[in-house]
Design a protein around this ligand. Structure first.
Ligand code: FMN
Length: 343
């Protein structure tokens, strides 16, 4: 039996949201198409593309458009755009017309200097008139439901998620995702789940909770603490698409099982194959490295394995290494006690 959440007003344009609980955060450099597909196979219900600059979509080249490559992607998928100029975001929304996506998400949370110095991302939390203009302009142009992802505020002295949430709800946003940190916290400290719980109680529309969910236990704890409609996972999924299966177990009321080592290797090999199919050789090999490094981190022998995997630009070789390692016993078992190289 799934855990009780707050009853919310789900818009008729997103009836499917009723059953969507497990989302993958947009993560720049991480949540590309092959990774989203992999997470989906493990129980992710909705994935988000890496954020794309509105100006980049208007004037940029292939690289920006690759960020919003959703052609033929299964349900449910969101495209996220960012920028500071309402006209740019409206143009980006027009450019997305007819493109495969289920929602168009607005980024009001990015803390990166290069984004906020141009008044985009989380800087908009400190400029609500501009934020409102952006929301109105995008809703007017988009053929899809529009959602927003925010932080709790710019800094500790200007926590304003209630005001922002009510503004977004009033403007016609379908749901709000909130990362429970301020911009000035960046990724430091802990996400404030009390603030997420408060936003859930404040709004009638769904709130998606985000921040510091890293496993089944923290997933369950966040839902119980905040009663949020769905949970969005970022860093906890990086190198760990299995987290969605753990979360699904929680939703089904069964005990989650840890991922067997053999499966970790087999799926990593599949990830290499998909990245290379998507980006070609050797770019796919480079792109998958960060995922592999995360997946095996903490395993005895991980450093040596990483060295072998990173020494090659040939996907067939990488896959062969992973298949070879898959035949070993889980190194966290007997091998760990034998004192093999740990990280
Ligand atoms: C490498 C990286 C890239 C990120 N890129 C984006 C992005 O493109 N858009 C966005 O809204 N948030 C982005 N975020 C923030 C995450 O979506 C998420 O809000 C944050 O990591 C907190 O959730 P977590 O504790 O589950 O990781 C990024 C985070 C990381 C670590």
């Amino acid at each position: 039996m799934s855990i009780e959440r707050k009853a919310v007003r789900i818009d008729s344009r997103t009836p499917w949201l009723k059953d969507v609980r497990r989302m993958l955060s947009p993560m720049s450099g991480v949540t590309d198409r092959p990774f989203r597909d992999l997470c989906r196979a493990y129980g992710m219900q909705m994935g988000f593309c890496e954020f794309a600059s509105a100006a980049g979509l208007m004037y940029g080249g292939e690289a920006t458009w690759k960020l919003v490559d959703t052609e033929g992607e299964e349900d449910w998928v969101g495209i996220q755009i960012f920028g500071a100029e309402p006209e740019h975001l409206a143009s980006a929304a027009r450019l997305m017309l007819g493109r495969r996506h289920d929602v168009l998400d607005l980024n009001f949370g990015c803390p990166a200097k290069k984004v906020v110095k141009k008044c985009g991302g989380s800087a908009l939390l400190a400029d609500l008139p501009r934020l409102e203009k952006i929301v109105q302009a995008v809703i007017a142009e988009s053929d899809k439901p529009v959602t927003a992802k925010i932080r709790t505020g710019w800094d500790e002295d200007s926590v304003n998620y209630r005001e922002v949430g009510l503004l977004l709800q009033e403007a016609g946003i379908q749901w709000v995702t909130m990362h429970g940190r301020t911009r000035s916290q960046k990724y430091r400290g802990e996400a404030n789940w009390d603030h997420i719980a408060d936003l859930v109680e404040t709004l009638d529309i769904p709130v998606v909770g985000n921040g510091d969910v890293v496993d089944a236990a923290s997933y369950e704890k966040m839902i119980r603490h905040t009663r949020c409609h769905a949970v969005m996972i970022g860093r906890g999924a990086f190198g760990n698409p299995w987290i969605f299966r753990e979360m699904e177990s929680v939703d089904q009321g069964v005990v989650p099982k840890p991922v067997p080592f053999e499966e970790l290797c087999r799926v990593s090999a599949e990830h290499v194959r998909r990245e290379v199919e998507y980006r070609g050789e050797p770019q796919g090999c480079y792109s998958v490295r960060k995922h592999l490094a995360k997946s095996f981190r903490g395993y005895p022998g991980a450093a040596a394995l990483r060295k072998r995997l990173f020494a090659t630009e040939d996907s067939a070789r990488m896959i062969a290494i992973l298949n070879e390692v898959a035949c070993f016993d889980d190194p966290r078992g007997a091998g760990a006690a034998a004192g093999s190289e740990a990280e």
